[in-house]
Design a protein around this ligand. Structure first.
Ligand code: F6R
Length: 241
């Protein structure tokens, strides 16, 4: 794992955006794996700015988001669909049919998971996966204890994850209890992974991840130690606290 220590959030986002832009310029039909949450919003801002200033095009790009809440439709302002449109997709030239986000209101959620996994395979897998990390070490919504062999599946969110995401909702009760998430094995099949870690709140888990010599399901992000091409980009707050 390569570690890049950015001096602040802005520099962390700029470095992550560079990875994305390089990938979409190098590949003929790049496939991006994308994350939501507080951490990557600045990366999307940089990508949108670059799109307008440098005309970087997304016409040839396919995307797969990591996860979506069960029970929230794409028009719900608290859904990850909505987040992605608002923060990124509405501001670049990516064709709608090349955007993939699990459908949290699918009538058959198990089938939705299987289909999502197949769609990723059909596109030849993910070239670059952007990840954030939960305070409990989750990546995607793969909570501690999730099997390393997991593929896209339905997960019961831990209370700490629901609390961490409460700020996107009016109250904790409104935060869904379940989500669809790419599994750990789905994430590990990506050819390159960039993990973003920002803010003092994430300092303990980053410390634990970097110092841990064991790779174990209790700390899902440790699986990344087995991946040949992972870059962790952290800001000073997450690194030095
Ligand atoms: C989001 C996702 C989650 C978040 C993580 C950190 O699509 O899969 O793993 O990356 O919960 O969230 P923030 O960035 O809000 O601290």
């Amino acid at each position: 794992m390569q570690l890049i220590r950015a001096k602040d959030y802005d520099e962390m986002c700029a470095k992550a955006a560079e990875h994305v832009i390089r990938t979409i310029k190098e590949k003929k039909a790049p496939v991006l794996g994308l994350a939501t949450g507080k951490t990557p919003t600045g990366v999307y801002r940089k990508l949108v700015m670059d799109h307008w200033q440098n005309r970087t095009s997304y016409r040839h790009v396919t995307t797969f988001n990591l996860d979506e809440y069960v029970g929230l439709g794409s028009d719900d302002p608290t859904s990850f669909h909505y987040y992605m449109r608002e923060n990124f997709f509405d501001h670049v030239d990516i064709p709608e049919q090349q955007i993939h986000i699990p459908n949290g209101i699918a009538s058959n959620l198990e089938q939705e998971c299987l289909q999502y996994e197949c769609q990723i395979e059909e596109k030849g897998g993910i070239d670059l996966q952007i990840l954030g990390i939960g305070v409990n070490g989750h990546i995607g919504f793969n909570e501690p204890g999730t099997p390393f062999y997991s593929q896209t599946h339905i997960v019961k969110l831990s209370e700490s994850t629901r609390e961490a995401n409460q700020s996107f909702f009016n109250s904790l009760e409104q935060v869904p209890k379940y989500a669809i998430t790419m599994g750990l094995s789905t994430i590990m099949k990506s050819r390159e992974i960039v993990l973003l870690v920002s803010g003092k709140r994430k300092a303990p888990i980053l410390q634990q991840l970097l110092s841990s010599e064991v790779v174990c399901e209790d700390l899902p992000a440790t699986i990344l130690k087995r991946h040949p091409h992972v870059t962790i980009i952290t800001d000073q707050d997450a690194y030095s606290s």
